[in-house]
Ligand binder design. Structure first.
Ligand SMILES: [Zn+2]
Length: 284
């Protein structure tokens, strides 16, 4: 088989693997009105008999936010499942670094959207919803968010939960640090606090507008710095991420939460299911 034929073959196989996850029982329906049995048009397009909407198999799903082919998605997800960084994932999928960075943003959004707290995280407070709209990734995602959200790390046995704590902002953390002697450690733009209520620590990623110089040093280091296995794992990873910002921070936290909780599992099926899931209406 020559190169072109081999690539076409790989694309057919990859596409079948993704289609099966999009339409598990083979029944197709309209992404707009959910009416079943659309009829087929040319070039793989489908049309809804009820509302006349024209779509294709991946319309309205996370993987459709990027122009990657099915084979490129599969190669990228496979590399990411074994913890490749952006550069390594780009090489594996034979795409540019920037294309891989954007596609991994889509994958991270898709992972986050699988969580029970997706509606909250894709809502206004994080600004994550601004990363995409009308079926596209947005070009200027790193404008500052209004108030920097705060996340809590909760350990239950071998599992960890990273929750947004909607009643708190970065400002509350500075206030607790000043007035209630809450211990806070700094890692670049990231702050981790001592225990707070049931949380092992609160964590946030600010930007240059946050008055880091205002932090007070209290004796000792926050509990999580020695007592949270998840934080010790996440801290080392967070140091290596490029493109970390207040807005993108929850994407990385939720990725690390999943990797930590599923550390003994093959992540590829989870990633592919996430990519093939419909983008929730609240987030679109
Ligand atoms: Zn329809």
């Amino acid at each position: 088989m020559n190169g072109t034929a081999a690539r076409a073959d790989a694309e057919t196989t990859a596409r079948a693997a993704l289609l099966w996850r999009c339409w598990p029982d083979g029944t197709k329906f309209c992404p707009r009105c959910r009416a079943q049995s659309p009829y087929a048009l040319a070039e793989g397009r489908l049309r809804c008999g009820a509302c006349r909407y024209t779509f294709h198999d991946f319309t309205g799903r996370w993987l459709n936010l990027s122009g990657l082919s099915a084979a490129q998605w599969l190669d990228l997800a496979r590399a990411f499942a074994v913890d490749a960084n952006t550069r390594e994932a780009a090489l594996a999928a034979n795409i540019s670094y920037n294309t891989a960075f954007k596609a991994l943003t889509v994958l991270r959004l898709a992972i986050l959207a699988q969580g029970a707290d997706a509606r909250q995280l894709l809502g206004r407070q994080t600004g994550l919803g601004d990363l995409f709209s009308s079926g596209r990734l947005c070009p200027a995602p790193d404008t500052p968010v209004g108030e920097v959200p705060v996340y809590g790390i909760l350990t239950q046995g071998r599992r960890v939960f990273v929750d947004m704590v909607p009643e708190l902002t970065a400002e509350s953390v500075l206030h607790f640090n000043h007035n209630f002697h809450l211990r806070v450690a700094r890692l670049g733009h990231i702050l981790i606090t001592d225990r707070y209520k049931t949380y092992d620590g609160l964590v946030l990623c600010g930007d240059d507008r946050l008055p880091y110089h205002y932090l007070l040093r209290h004796q000792g280091s926050p509990f999580a710095e020695s007592g949270s296995p998840f934080w010790l794992y996440a801290r080392d990873r967070l140091r290596q991420f490029k493109g970390l910002s207040a807005r993108r921070f929850p994407l990385y936290l939720k990725e690390l939460e999943l990797r930590y909780n599923r550390r003994d599992e093959d992540l590829l099926p989870l990633f592919l299911d996430a990519l093939c899931a419909p983008i929730p209406a609240t987030a679109a």
